[in-house]
Ligand binder design. Structure first.
Ligand code: UDP
Ligand code: MG
Length: 324
């Protein structure tokens, strides 16, 4: 694929000490690439001097574009906005705190030119605190890799390159940016990773604490569900529901036989409670599954979306192609 223009997307939230240095480094790398480019800063509701610094840069350099958010919406929303406004054939996201190294950009581009849709950075030599950052992230990476079936070493690295078609396809919510490769896999993207440089944060503070671990875990469930079961929720809820109902039924059958044929008193048996509980919760899950199916169908139809992405059409009328 021929890359003519690249868009760099940088979410920034209170990064006043980092922006100018980052801009200088980026500029040097980008000028050497001999490609058209734009640098999109998304100011995620900063309360320090970030907005003024960005406006100043944009005045000096027309290649710098700024999206100012009204308030702090979070890094995912900032990246989403960047994807929407980007005009390049390739979109490259990176952190605004100088932890990612702009000199890695040519490496990412090379892989895109080889034909990959997403190239993800791998901070092999990560410069962050071990206990609060590296360890939880290692565990999370292992789980995400197992659950999603996309095998990367480092999902959390913001430095990634996306082919435009992929970037424009994303609908992002919550804290989803970490899972973009997994989300993209659901529409068939080709993904790879390259080792990138990582540097310690010299100025400003990290915007996240250990609390993000819980959100990452919840997101893993969501991504798995969205990827594999979004158009068949009944299979998830229904199979668990049926299993519980079956167990409950067996227990109650056993108790009924004891009662009817052997005259045993079953009123005070804990097993009775367990049986009823299993049966009822199973029934609940089953009906949740059916409700979820109905909701999903409404969801697709209201979006005028289809639960598939077409890679290529042959010999169809132009009009048909435009409709899908
Ligand atoms: N960021 C943002 N909005 C937020 C939190 C963070 O735009 O609500 C930006 C932040 O300015 C930085 C990047 O996202 O450019 C990564 O944040 P940070 O360096 O704090 O994360 P860490 O490297 O500690 O994981
Ligand atoms: Mg950082």
């Amino acid at each position: 694929m021929e890359v003519r223009k690249i868009s760099i997307v940088i979410p920034v939230y209170n990064e006043e000490e980092n922006i100018e240095k980052l801009y200088e480094e980026l500029k040097e790398v980008l000028e050497n690439l001999k490609l058209d480019y734009e640098i999109i800063f998304v100011n995620d509701g900063s309360t320090d001097r970030t907005p003024q610094i960005l406006d100043e840069l944009a005045k000096r350099d027309p290649k710098v574009k700024v999206v100012h958010f009204r308030k702090n919406y979070g890094q995912t929303a900032a990246m989403y906005a960047g994807f929407q406004y980007a005009e390049g054939d390739v979109v490259i996201t990176m952190d605004g705190d100088l932890q990612n190294d702009p000199h890695d950009i040519p490496k990412l581009l090379e892989k895109i030119e080889e034909g990959y849709d997403i190239v993800s950075g791998w901070r092999k030599n990560r410069q962050d605190p071990f206990l609060s950052r590296i360890l939880p992230s290692k565990i999370a990476n292992w789980i995400i890799s197992k659950v999603t079936g996309v095998h990367l070493h480092d999902y959390g690295c913001t430095l990634k390159a996306y082919r435009k078609e992929v970037a424009k396809n994303f609908r992002l919510y919550g804290d989803m940016h970490r899972f973009l490769p997994a989300v993209a896999k659901s529409f068939g993207a080709k993904i790879t990773e390259v080792v990138v440089n990582h540097r310690p944060r010299l100025y400003g503070k990290s915007k996240y604490g250990i609390g993000r671990t819980i959100r990452v875990i919840l997101d893993i469930f969501l991504v798995k569900f969205l990827n594999d079961y979004l158009n068949k929720p009944l299979y998830v809820f229904g199979s668990v529901g049926l299993t519980l109902m079956g167990l409950g039924f067996l227990i109650m059958l056993y108790l009924s036989i004891e009662k009817i044929f052997f005259g045993a008193s079953i009123g005070g048996r804990p097993l009775l409670i367990l049986g009823v509980l299993l049966f009822l919760s199973g029934l609940q899950l089953l009906s949740t599954g059916i409700v979820a199916e109905v909701v999903i169908r409404t969801y697709y139809e209201s979006k005028h979306d289809v639960p598939f992405k077409v890679e290529r059409l042959v010999n169809f009328d132009q009009k048909v192609e435009e409709k899908i």
